[in-house]
Design a protein around this ligand. Structure first.
Ligand code: PGD
Length: 823
């Protein structure tokens, strides 16, 4: 299926078809299942409009005869996401998992059967009771034999928002109550920055508020978007987004503020603002920043008073900058040779940054690279030399591109969520176990392939556990994990793999037991609006009854907990609505403490609008203003209380791949670099028309797929050199893997760089053979599983070289958007 999906089979799928299909499956002959009665009742319903929300914003769904037929963005959304049509389609998409399923070999032969057959798609439908019994029994078996270190239930992923139906927390809650599991630390977004920044500025900072957009519009003279594309990425939020970045950026445009984008590709933000565009070689930002820093120092443009008062360690960094240690001064000429931007331009940037109020906005992709820790450290060092940190509109911001960082924070209470019950894990659950309770999140393949191996992480040593069972809910490792073929091999190690999702992702296809979850639109929940703005509380109403036999994660884990004797502990004997009421009441008490009165729960729940909170002082927020005003009273959380340009703590760790001050180190491969085997860098950025892999299985593909595959953007010179034309099906390959893509020729990208979005669904021609061609276009077939360094052990999804050629021979049909073979 590819373009044919345009016909939207889901929208033609009537209730009559649904019942016909059910009869064919013999379902109507058995006692009426719960879903059927709900569909039948829904048929009598008049049309209605339901207020709810998702990762894509607040919206209203129109429901006719029990079916969501249209959705429209909330009237107050300043910039509705272009992805909303996919949200509607995701409810009825042909990729929905309809029933509990078990891989045939597993059902017939038990745990560990034919692990190389995972991904082949030979599934058997079973009933819910049988599925739950199977899962509960298997968990008990593995726990008894191997303890908690035999189960990996980290289950990283972007799931869906909601304070109750957070499937990740629910999975952890269930696991903690029934005996423990191996989890993870860090994340895929900002894994390197999360570990290094506490040593540099005393907090993780990447998920903290930046100077508010209105302050930037008023005071900033030069706004630099460095690997940072808020116009693209602010469409989505981890909670329900407020899309506050858009009015912020419009404010810059309206005031005619000078903007500059430093990025190998011309971003949406760059296009929209008509910004100046500088396109360095990918993965060379540290060298480029060093070249600018050297000019600042050489031309006495740096702010020594700021460095003296607010930072420590500049004196130890300076000999490196000047080349007194290694004989290589990090001049603009030196940097130009690496980053490919002329030395004069770098010198000019140093002068422009220092003579006007400059905000350096850095994105996460720059640290999703080999030695990624250095990028954020070096940017903060550069900003420290400029001396504008803590001034309105100056300094740096690390979340302008993410979930509308900079959207002014409202005066609102926090809304609690269901907990993971970690405090109720039996005290002796891990007694005698050598392995770690959690691994650095991106090390999953390494862990599965190397049980018992010792590894370094952030100054400690860990031991990988021997995993026998994996349980995943709310994430898609067959999309997010780098080096797909390494994962394919690693995934064969466990005896049992359980995936709980609402769609047939590649991860679900590679499971033994598949449990169908509901989407957010088939359950009630409550959530805040605006990850940073926190300006509303939203009643997320159930839009439609669960489709087919889907059950909410809360129901599934309650039923499993019941089977393992922890049912009441899991639910605390509260229903869905009891939980939501309790969260709301706690928020009401919090609001009162702030002098705000919230309506009673029923009024809130029945209102047709999200509950709004006042803006207060949030619109005047200046990052690090307090620290600048009084660095003793408002000291940072670092050992010195200041910004650490040199870290004695990191020095003590003695890692050769993470020295104690920001340092340029060659990545294991980079464009035109000393070890480059392939001629093109692959930019694996986040897509415009989906959230990671979410919505890839929907009609949205119509907006971007080329020849039914993921697009590969390429510069005209690179295409001409290869005799390629627009719309060609190309093979993109390196030593790690290969995939097909549809070619899009554009001059909005630096020559030598191609762009393929992450999140395309993995669709191997032969799932039994690692290295097999991916027919649709999962870019992680090409990336490496190497980690950033021994400090953070984070992923390097943006360190990748490859070659592109025209695909010759019969083009295999994409199959991943159809249900797998089922019986
Ligand atoms: P999603 O596609 O969001 O990707 O990786 P992540 O695994 O988070 O997957 C979420 C899954 O949860 C989907 O399959 C969805 O259907 C399911 N789900 C949603 N709601 C529910 C629910 O209520 N219940 C259940 N049971 N399931 C649900 C994203 C990761 O990819 C991230 S965060 C980043 S930043 C990385 N980015 C890159 C990158 O830039 N470049 C490369 N090469 N690789 C990356 N990988 C990383």
């Amino acid at each position: 299926m590819s373009k044919h999906h345009n016909g939207d089979p889901a929208s033609r799928y009537t209730r009559r078809d649904f019942i016909k299909a059910s009869m064919a499956a013999g379902l109507l002959a058995s006692p009426a299942p719960a879903w059927l009665s709900s569909v039948a009742m829904a048929a009598e319903e008049p049309s209605r409009e339901v207020l709810t929300g998702s990762h894509w914003g607040v919206f209203r769904a129109s429901v006719t005869n029990g079916r969501a037929v249209a959705i429209k963005a909330w009237e107050k959304d300043p910039r509705p996401s272009a992805q909303l049509p996919g949200v509607l389609d995701s409810i009825y998409s042909p990729t929905r998992i309809r029933y509990p399923m078990v891989r045939r070999a597993y059902l017939e032969q038990g745990p560990g059967a034919d692990p190389a057959g995972r991904g082949e798609g030979d599934f058997v439908r079973i009933g819910w009771d049988q599925a739950l019994d199977l899962v509960a029994r298997e968990l008990q078996r593995v726990r008894q034999a191997h303890g908690p270190s035999g189960i990996y239930a980290g289950s990283y992923g972007w799931r869906s928002p909601g304070k109750l139906h957070n499937c990740l927390t629910l999975l952890h809650r269930f696991m903690n109550l029934t005996g423990g599991y191996v989890g993870y630390s860090g994340d895929y977004s900002a894994g390197a920055a999360l570990v290094i920044l506490p040593y540099v500025v005393g907090s993780i900072e990447v998920y903290e508020q930046c100077t508010a957009w209105p302050v930037v519009a008023e005071h900033t003279q030069l706004m630099v978007f460095w690997g940072c594309d808020p116009m693209n990425n602010s469409q989505i939020g981890h909670v329900v987004p407020d899309h506050g970045a858009y009015p912020g950026i419009e404010g810059l445009k309206a005031r005619g503020i000078k903007t500059l984008c430093i990025d190998p590709a011309k971003t949406q933000t760059c296009e929209y603002l008509g910004a100046e565009w500088i396109a360095p070689r990918p993965q060379t930002d540290v060298a480029m920043m060093l070249g600018i820093a050297h000019t600042l120092y050489a031309e006495k443009l740096h702010d020594q008073a700021f460095l003296d008062r607010y930072t420590t360690g500049f004196d130890k960094f300076l000999p490196y900058l000047l080349g007194q240690q290694d004989g290589t001064p990090k001049t603009a000429e030196w940097a130009a040779g690496i980053c490919g931007i002329p030395a004069d331009t770098l010198r000019d940037l140093a002068r422009r940054f220092s003579r006007q109020r400059t905000m350096l906005a850095l994105g996460y992709s720059t640290q999703r690279q080999h030695h990624g820790e250095q990028v954020h450290w070096m940017l903060i060092t550069l900003a420290s030399m400029l001396g504008q940190i803590g001034l309105p509109g100056g300094g740096y911001g690390l979340s302008y591109h993410y979930a509308s960082g900079g959207s002014p924070t409202a005066d609102s209470p926090s809304v609690p969520s269901i907990g993971d019950a970690a405090d109720r894990l039996p005290a002796d659950a891990w007694k005698g176990k050598q392995a770690m309770r959690s691994i650095p999140v991106s090390r999953i393949s390494e862990m599965l392939l190397n049980p018992g191996k010792t590894y370094d992480f952030n100054g400690t040593k860990g031991i990988y556990p021997d995993i026998k069972l994996i349980y995943w809910a709310g994430g898609n490792p067959f999309s997010h994990q780098q080096d797909r073929n390494e994962l394919v091999r690693a995934w064969r190690k466990p005896e049992t793999i359980i995936v709980q999702d609402f769609q047939w992702t590649a991860s679900a296809r590679h499971a033994d037991i598949v449990l169908p979850a509901t989407t957010s639109y088939e359950r009630n929940d409550i959530e805040q609006v605006g990850d940073f703005g926190l300006n509303h509380i939203l009643a997320m109403h159930k839009v439609v009854e669960p489709v087919f036999e889907a059950r909410s994660d809360f129901d599934i884990f309650s039923a499993l907990a019941q089977r393992l004797g922890q049912g009441d502990a899991f639910t605390e004997q509260k229903s869905e609505m009891d939980w939501l009421r309790a969260f709301y009441e706690a928020a009401r008490i919090g609001a009162r403490a702030k002098g705000l009165e919230m309506p009673i729960f029923d009024s809130f729940w029945n209102s047709a609008q999200p509950l709004a909170f006042p803006l207060g002082k949030g619109k005047d927020f200046v990052s690090r203003q307090d620290f600048r005003a009084d660095p003793l009273l408002n000291a940072l959380g670092t050992p010195s209380g200041r910004i650490e340009i040199y870290s004695a703590t990191i020095e003590k760790m003695g890692y050769d791949d993470c020295p104690p001050h920001p340092t340029w180190m060659e990545p294991f491969e980079r464009l035109d670099g000393p070890t480059a085997k392939y001629p093109l860098h692959v930019d694996t950025v986040h897509p415009r028309y989906r959230l990671h892999s979410q919505l890839c299985g929907t009609v949205l593909r119509e907006k971007y797929a080329i020849a039914g595959r993921e697009p590969c953007l390429m510069h005209p010179e690179d295409a001409a050199r290869r005799g390629l034309k627009d719309g060609d099906v190309v093979r993109v390959f390196n030593d790690r893997g290969q995939m097909l893509a549809g070619l899009a020729i554009t001059d909005a990208i630096r020559p030598g760089v191609v762009r393929i979005n992450e999140g395309g669904w993995y669709d191997p021609v032969d799932p039994r053979t690692p290295g097999s061609l991916c027919r649709y276009g999962d870019v992680n077939t090409l990336t490496s599983g190497i980690s950033t360094s021994r400090l953070a052990q984070a992923n390097c999804g943006h360190s990748v070289l490859a070659q592109v050629e025209k695909f010759e021979g019969p083009i295999p049909a994409v199959q991943v958007f159809e249900s797998p073979r089922t019986h």
